[in-house]
Design a binder for this molecule. Sequence first.
Ligand SMILES: O=C(O)c1cc(=O)[nH]c(=O)n1[C@@H]1O[C@H](COP(=O)(O)O)[C@@H](O)[C@H]1O
Length: 281
Amino acid sequence: MTALEPFGARLRRAMDERGPLCVGIDPHASLLAEWGLDDDVAGLERFSRTVVEAMADRVAVLKPQSAFFERFGSRGVAVLEKSVEEARAAGALVVMDAKRGDIGSTMAAYAEAFLRPDSPLFSDALTVSPYLGYGSLSPAIALARENGTGLFVLALTSNPEGGEVQHAIRADGRTIGATMLAHLTVENSGEGPLGSFGAVVGATLGDLSTYDLDINGPLLAPGIGAQGAKPADLPRVFGAAVRNVVPNVSRGVLRHGPDVVALRDAASRFADEIRAAVSVD
Ligand SMILES: O=C(O)c1cc(=O)[nH]c(=O)n1[C@@H]1O[C@H](COP(=O)(O)O)[C@@H](O)[C@H]1O
């Protein structure tokens, strides 16, 4: 299999062509109920199919949340495999939100599960946790470099509890979150038009001007919609780095289903608001 073009380059092109919005595939039990579906594998499959059908030919990125599929065991994971394959076939980039992180030798196996081209769950990028030490992610970084995939490293997460770890100050005076951003800057140095090693930075976090977000890589920004952030907040939170932001909306779009047109309309409204907020002219 020929190696893919680097993830960062593929993502930049998709953002330019389709806009930067990332829609989540988060089949919460409560959403299945709202859509009139049972909380079982058939409901899960119907939900995911519908989101892929509604979104994969128009948004830059789809981000399935693995936990909602793992809830159903191997049959749920089979639905996830199919969703990833169909989303990629329809032209969306898939960021697998599995938030994996482990000691290096085990991390290698997680990376193979999601980033090796012949894996059933092969995705364009994977969310990873660096809290066993950034260096523990090395095998995933190496595999991603080898085959044109990417990572999103949890740096400054959208949840209020994240601060107790991520804002903690190290002996050198830097916060843990800033340290993760600095590692990513090194990882992406010299890459163009965009590096493949992104950070997760919540859109809920308010003014981040004390952080250097210029990592030459994408910034996945969850928190818009259900968690209270709005597209109009993006320039204030991200400053000049807003051009590299991939804003994620999950429940804010998904609650408009199961009607495909209503889902598309909801995503378009977010996309329009994002475009208006981040446009520089
Ligand atoms: O890595 C993530 O995607 C993530 C990181 C973070 O800091 N906060 C966060 O909400 N997420 C994910 O982004 C999605 C947000 O969903 P909504 O709040 O429904 O838009 C969920 O799938 C979360 O797991």
